[in-house]
Structure formats: structure tokens, C-alpha cells
Design a protein around this ligand. Structure first.
Ligand SMILES: [Mn+2]
Length: 266
């Protein structure tokens, strides 16, 4: 799928892997502060906004700490173009959540056309092709039948099943000596298929900028954790270069910068 940026967009923010959860109040606060103050015309949340999501009817649970975040997203959604992609943790986010937040539902992957550039956005888990076991689970859990079956259970049952899956995944990770990163060949093939030069993704929690070859770049977003021993947060910001009055029809090169999330030094 292709998404064409409207011509008035000047500043775009990319963020992912917030892993918001009840037990991480500073991270939640930091993200809310960021949403309320970002100067961007559009924010792209590229997956794993929540540590897990068990279905949109969870919104109605009164003690759900995510409600504060949903309110902040709804405020942001009124002020700017908010886009949400699902990650491997929150793949059960549904249409009601998008509506509550005033957000656009982003497929994975999607090609963003901005200021003459083609930029592919993805969560990144589908590109970790070396992790066969995970890719099998991914395929299974994205199927309609699996999701219908899961969502048919009461909330409490879903929560405990999801926590069980998370524990199993952590145990697998601990038992494995291999870290499955994004496969550079898979990333390059995706960019070529989409006729794009730049990939932006999250998921691996290894913020970096990789040159895949002379023409293709892969940006990796940082995860957020303002509650642990090494606090981190951040946004990848893309700006259209200022046009000169004479040459307004010719866009200049794009400017990419990493910006620390607000709330970092609180
Ligand atoms: Mn992820």
C-alpha cells in the first residue's frame, strides 16, 4: 500500500516500541508529554505501542491504565495526523481503538511518499526471517480464525493467555543464544519491491542507521523505557528541506534527526 503525504506536511515523527504497561508509569507519562508537545504534522507509531493488547473491549475496563494514553492520543489525533501500525505485541489493536484515538490504521509494510521520496515503514518483526519459530507463530496469530477464537474468550482469560504467551516468548529468548535481527537481504528486497530508498522500522530495540548499499538505508527506532536503570526514549524526525521561494516546485533533500522524547529528564 502507498500513502501520499499531503503537501502541507513539513515535519514527520516516527516512534515505536513504547511497550506501555501499568507498571511503567514514567514511560507512560513521558509518552503523553511527547504527544501533547510534538511539533510534527504527522506522527507514525510503528508498532508495540502497548506491551500487549487483548482486544478493543479492553478500553471499557475502568482500571485500565491505558485510558490516559488513549486520551492523549485522541488529543493528538485532533491536532495532527496520527497513524498507528500494529506490532508483534499489540497486533490485536482493532478499528475501535483507531477510532477512539482519531488515528489512521497503517498496514505493515506501507510506502510513504513524502517530498518526492519513497519511504517504507514497517514494525520490523516480519523481516527477522531467521527466527523460523516466531514467523510460524506470526502467521498463525495473524489469521482471522485464530483471532476470532482468541477474542471470543472473556477478557480475564485473554489476559492470562497473553501473559502466558509473553512468558513463553521470554523463556525461548533466554534459552536461545542467537539474537534474530532484521535480515539485511530481506530489508533490501522489500525496498526494491517498493521502489523505495529508505526503510524505517522498530522492533529490535537497536537504534541505528545502516547503509544496505549505496542507495538504500535502514533506520532503526529506539524503544522507550523511562522506568528502568538505563532510561531511554526518542523519536526519529523527518523534515522537508526548506524550499527557496524561486524554486518552490523543487524539493530539497530531506533532513533526518534523532530527537530525545520529552519527559526523558524528568
Ligand atoms: Mn516488536
Amino acid at each position: 500500500m502507498e500513502l501520499r503525504a499531503p503537501s502541507h506536511w513539513q515535519t514527520l515523527d516516527f516512534v515505536s516500541d513504547l511497550h506501555l504497561q501499568d507498571s511503567y508509569p514514567r514511560t507512560l507519562r513521558g509518552f503523553i508529554d511527547y504527544l501533547d508537545t510534538s511539533p510534527a504534522d504527522a506522527i507514525f507509531i510503528l508498532g508495540d505501542l502497548f506491551e500487549f493488547w487483548i482486544g478493543d473491549d479492553w478500553i471499557d475496563e475502568p482500571q485500565n491504565a491505558h485510558r490516559q494514553c488513549l486520551d492523549a492520543m485522541a488529543r493528538a489525533g485532533q491536532r495532527l495526523a496520527l497513524h498507528i501500525m500494529r506490532g508483534n505485541r499489540d497486533f490485536l489493536m482493532g478499528p475501535r481503538l483507531m477510532e477512539v484515538c482519531g488515528a489512521h490504521d497503517l498496514p505493515d509494510p506501507v510506502t510513504l511518499v513524502f517530498s518526492g521520496e519513497r519511504i517504507v515503514l514497517s514494525h520490523g518483526d516480519a523481516l527477522c526471517t531467521g527466527d523460523i519459530r516466531y514467523q510460524e507463530f506470526r502467521q498463525l496469530s495473524r489469521a482471522d480464525a485464530w483471532q476470532r477464537n482468541f477474542l471470543a474468550e472473556p477478557l480475564a482469560g485473554r489476559k492470562s493467555r497473553m501473559l502466558g504467551m509473553r512468558a513463553q516468548s521470554e523463556a525461548n529468548k533466554k534459552a536461545s543464544t542467537t539474537f534474530f535481527d532484521v535480515d539485511n537481504h530481506a530489508a533490501l528486497a522489500l525496498l526494491q519491491r517498493c521502489q523505495a530508498s529508505t526503510l524505517v522500522h522498530g522492533h529490535t530495540h537497536k537504534p541505528d542507521r545502516h547503509a544496505l548499499d549505496a542507495q538504500h538505508t535502514r533506520w532503526v527506532l529506539t524503544d522507550w523505557d523511562l522506568d528502568g536503570s538505563t532510561p531511554r526514549s526518542g523519536v526519529l524526525r523527518l523534515r522537508a528541506a526548506a524550499h527557496s521561494r524561486q524554486a518552490a516546485a523543487t524539493p530539497g533533500p530531506l533532513r533526518w534527526e534523532r530527537v530525545a522524547g520529552s519527559g526523558l529528564t524528568a
